[in-house]
Design a protein around this ligand. Structure first.
Ligand code: AMP
Ligand code: GLY
Length: 402
């Protein structure tokens, strides 16, 4: 079995898949066992699991399938849900899925005129992929106008911003629900909550995610049923009506607004770091589940342990704008000696002395299982306290005050 990607999400997937399968990860990183830096199209495997959105949008799943492989991950047609926000919004409207009012634009004058008629908060998004940084949510009309000009001119995000979406601002708690799809059917995974801002108390710039926990006390079975019936099923039906055979993760980013549950956006992959807290809680076989979905033949519902999992992301100095790399990471094995703790390696490489060094913004995901969220959180932070490098940043409020 081959996992494609190199981050904490792929480490977690490989770790859990390895309970029942032989796994290689490409390109992986020196902190992920069985990493091989080989073009996935040159690897032989009984199943490919593609982690990140960029290769999915680029059609890696299509190329691997065309060569006769079993692949978990949508083709380029389905991956457009994440690759083009304007297309995703059009599909949601066609499917009757509740979402924020929106318009998409390629011309500055039309976009600014529309913005002037909106009320705050203003929400501006690049149409294309921008590594999680293409969304501005602001109360300031001046800032919103500025974003429109920088996006559409190509200054801010190149071609990804030359089309943009302006949306009605929604309010309320957010939740991530991940569905495993086989083209026609879907099953839901246990919900997770992530923490997007860099600093404690949800302040500072948006990041890829600074920590996560599962289960989420806020999410009831009834709410999950609603997500399935009102969001996932109509989306899959609309994809099918358009001739798209979607085999992979549909990751629903939802907001519980005063007007009810609304879709913020779909991603076409496991969330990072949500994956790190969801898949370790599986008591059923992940390899079997993903193989069934990839074969268009989902038969089993995933099952989860009652125990809770918390992950705390340790990030490099300067993250998210300009992370510093090359710092030697201390205390990794000490951290893993804390009961229930596994450290997933994200931005990690090795120096010439063979020491692990920082090699990206998010470096480590310190992940702990416990019988309660509180115990999992305490264990994760006990382990984080054993890890250090110059400028290491982490949030100290992951899964607290629940
Ligand atoms: P994304 O990076 O696309 O997940 O978006 C980043 C964040 O922007 C989301 O997690 C929300 O907190 C926020 N956001 C996106 N769309 C809206 C909206 N229509 N109203 C309010 N906040 C939003
Ligand atoms: N943690 C958010 C994401 O994976 O997009």
């Amino acid at each position: 079995m081959c996992v494609v990607g190199s981050g904490g999400r792929e480490h977690a997937l490989a770790h859990v898949l390895a309970r029942t399968a032989q796994v290689v990860v490409t390109p992986g990183n020196p902190g992920i066992p069985n990493s091989v830096d080989t073009d996935p199209e040159q690897i032989e495997a009984d199943l490919f699991v593609i982690g990140p959105e960029v290769p999915l949008v680029d059609g890696l799943a299509d190329r691997l399938r065309a060569a006769g492989n079993l692949v978990f991950g949508p083709g380029a047609d389905g991956a457009r849900l994440e690759g083009s926000k304007a297309w995703m919004k059009e599909l949601l409207v066609a499917a009757g899925v509740p979402t924020a009012q929106h318009e998409s634009f390629t011309e500055i004058d039309a976009a600014l005129a529309f913005l002037d008629r909106m009320t705050p908060p203003f929400v501006i998004k690049t149409d294309g992929l921008a590594a999680g940084k293409g969304v501005v949510v602001t109360e300031s009309l001046a800032e919103a106008r500025n974003a429109v000009e920088e996006y559409l001119s190509g200054q801010a995000f190149g071609d990804a911003g030359r089309r943009l979406v302006i949306e009605e601002g929604l309010t309320g708690p957010e939740l991530s629900v991940l569905a495993i799809c086989d083209g026609t059917r879907a099953v839901l995974l246990a919900p997770a909550q992530d923490f997007k801002r860099i600093h404690d108390g949800d302040v500072g710039p948006n990041t890829g995610g600074m920590g996560a926990y599962s289960p989420v006390p806020l999410v009831t079975d009834e709410l999950l049923k609603q997500v399935m019936v009102e969001f996932i099923e109509p989306t899959l039906a609309e994809l099918t009506a358009r001739g798209i055979d979607y085999r992979g993760v549909l990751y629903a980013g939802l907001m519980l607004t005063p007007q009810g549950l609304k879709m913020i956006e779909y991603n076409v992959r496991f969330g990072d770091p949500e994956c790190q807290v969801v898949v370790p809680r599986l008591s059923s076989d992940l390899a079997e589940l993903l193989a069934q979905a990839a074969a268009g033949n989902l038969q089993t519902e995933p099952e989860f342990i009652e125990d809770a999992v918390v992950t705390v992301v340790c990030a490099a100095e300067g993250y998210p704008s300009a992370p510093r790399t090359g710092d030697v990471i201390h205390g990794l094995s000490l951290a893993e000696s804390v009961p229930g703790v596994t450290v997933f390696c994200a931005g990690v490489s090795q120096n010439s002395q063979g020491e692990f060094v920082t090699a990206g913004g998010r470096v480590l995901d310190v992940t702990a299982v416990g019988s309660t969220l509180e115990q999992a959180r305490e264990r994760a932070y006990e382990a984080v306290a054993k890890i250090s490098w110059p400028g290491m940043q982490y949030r100290s409020d992951i899964a607290s005050d629940l």
